[in-house]
Write a protein that binds this ligand. Structure first.
Ligand code: ADP
Ligand code: MG
Length: 153
């Protein structure tokens, strides 16, 4: 069941969505980012991380090759890209569980590790929609309620 669907007309709206989501997340939250190449996952992740760092120009390198990029912020963030991850054992080595103990995890290509990811997670499915994007938001309560309340959606 979908919590909500938001329409993002342009890149600026994706960035604002990431900034809004930065106000909603708490340590221990996992946000799975699904969607085709070019759907807006990295734009969203960069905006969320920069907002949490309170630094709109901070470098946010893609985790495509390193698999994970970690940020020692007030709330630590780990940004994963599982595209090249073959099995769950690799996920353990990357330290997903530890990262969730005191921080927030953003996970691109969550489909690669579906069964190994905690069920308590927010899924954002980015879809092309005309010139803009749609994002389907899914997740269990009370996480979903917190997101709806903070984003007023
Ligand atoms: P992904 O990480 O999913 O492959 P990116 O975040 O790299 O996608 O975005 C690909 C392109 O889509 C970028 O050029 C970005 O500016 C653009 N983009 C992001 N959000 C939107 C939007 N809501 N509407 C139109 N273009 C967007
Ligand atoms: Mg990307």
């Amino acid at each position: 069941m979908s919590v909500a669907t938001v329409h993002l007309a342009d890149e600026a709206e994706t960035i604002r969505f990431g900034e809004d989501m930065a106000r909603a997340v708490r340590p221990g939250d996992l946000i799975a980012l699904s969607g085709d190449l070019g759907a807006g996952k990295s734009t969203f992740a960069r905006a969320l991380i920069r907002a949490m760092a309170d630094d709109e120009f901070m470098e946010v390198p893609s985790p495509t090759f390193t698999l994970v990029q970690s940020y020692a912020l007030r709330i630590p963030i780990a940004h994963f890209d599982l595209y090249r991850v073959a099995d769950a054992a690799e996920l353990d080595e990357l330290g997903l569980e530890e990262a969730l103990e005191d921080g927030v995890c953003l996970v691109e290509w969550p489909e690669r590790a579906e069964d190994a990811l905690p069920a308590q997670r927010l899924t954002l499915r980015f879809l092309h929609h005309g010139d803009g994007r749609l994002v389907e938001i899914d997740g269990p309560e009370p996480l979903a309620a917190r997101v709806r309340r903070t984003l007023e959606i």
